[in-house]
Design a protein around this ligand. Structure first.
Ligand SMILES: [Zn+2]
Length: 289
């Protein structure tokens, strides 16, 4: 039985604000020992194991302090594992608030060493993997799988088969399209492949790190959008590639100004972001990202 717990933490003080501000914490029990905890635009998976707790994406130290307080309310067990969904720095700060925990992430995190000016990446990643690993929490199993480039190059899909729950980050939003400026190193072909795969899984909950909802409908609709965008672009680019490859880039630029997908006009950010999606999909097709 799902239940929603709302906890207002009243004693958290924002450094930059004039007064103390209450931060909303939304904790949902998705299954026995499995929670989704939403705080300040990030949702963490929380798995209570036999001896310790596993969490995902602490995000930053300010949020991590609120998360830690919420965990103390849920359990006496220590946080033993922090699993990072992907390398984007804003997801990965604050691990130092759980000094006993092992940080677990895909091995491609190493590619970003020295490229993190705000020092948000954990100083040490204790456990890495290449293709797949399973963490046995006693109460349940947590599977991490890397399916290649998508929203970055170190993405882990976190899957709890028993609870039919999956965790991903940044690949879709509740309302439609991501804001254009956030698609910095997003590989839309990788996102398309991954979302299509997940759309076919037998799932009850999809935690999307920036959403409170764990509904599967937004994931499926974004997969369909990426399929329709791909189908709308591929024949033209195939033809141009066959006759004069030097025209690929101008063709993508032109498509970004003329192509419309009116069946998605209800999407949030449709007007502002569609042309960026067209360019990014086109560039994923001609140079990989
Ligand atoms: Zn990201």
């Amino acid at each position: 039985m799902k239940r929603i717990l709302l906890t207002a933490l009243t004693s958290v003080i924002l450094v930059t604000s004039k007064a103390a501000s209450a931060q909303e914490v939304i904790t949902r029990e998705l299954a026995k020992n499995v929670y989704a905890v939403s705080i300040l635009h990030y949702t963490s998976l929380v798995v209570l194991g036999d001896d310790e707790v596993l969490i995902t994406d602490t995000a930053n130290s300010f949020r991590a302090a609120i998360l830690r307080r919420e965990l103390e309310r849920l359990t006496d067990k220590p946080v033993g594992k922090i699993v990072l969904t992907h390398e984007h720095f804003d997801h990965n700060g604050g691990t130092e608030l759980f000094p006993e925990a092992e940080v677990v992430a895909h091995r491609n995190f190493a590619e970003y060493e020295g490229l993190d000016p705000l020092g948000m990446l954990p100083p040490k990643i204790h456990v890495t993997y290449t293709h797949q690993m399973t963490i046995d929490m006693g109460t349940t199993a947590v599977e991490l799988t890397h399916y290649g480039a998508s929203d970055g190059v170190a993405v882990s899909v976190i899957h709890l088969p028993k609870e039919k729950t999956v965790v991903t980050a940044d690949m879709y939003t509740d309302g439609g399209l991501n804001r254009a400026f956030t698609l910095t190193d997003t590989n839309l072909l990788g996102n398309r492949r991954l979302l299509n795969m997940l759309a076919g899984w037998d799932l009850e909950h999809a935690i999307n790190v920036h959403s409170v909802s764990t509904d599967l409908a937004p994931l499926r609709r974004k997969a369909q959008f990426l399929n329709d965008l791909y189908d709308a672009m591929l024949p033209t680019l195939q033809e141009v590639a066959e006759h004069d490859g030097s025209q690929l880039v101008p063709t993508i630029i032109e498509m970004s100004e003329t192509l419309k997908l009116p069946e998605y006009a209800d999407f949030e950010n449709y007007e502002a972001s569609l042309s960026t999606y067209i360019r990014k999909m086109g560039f994923a097709m001609i140079h990989g990202g």
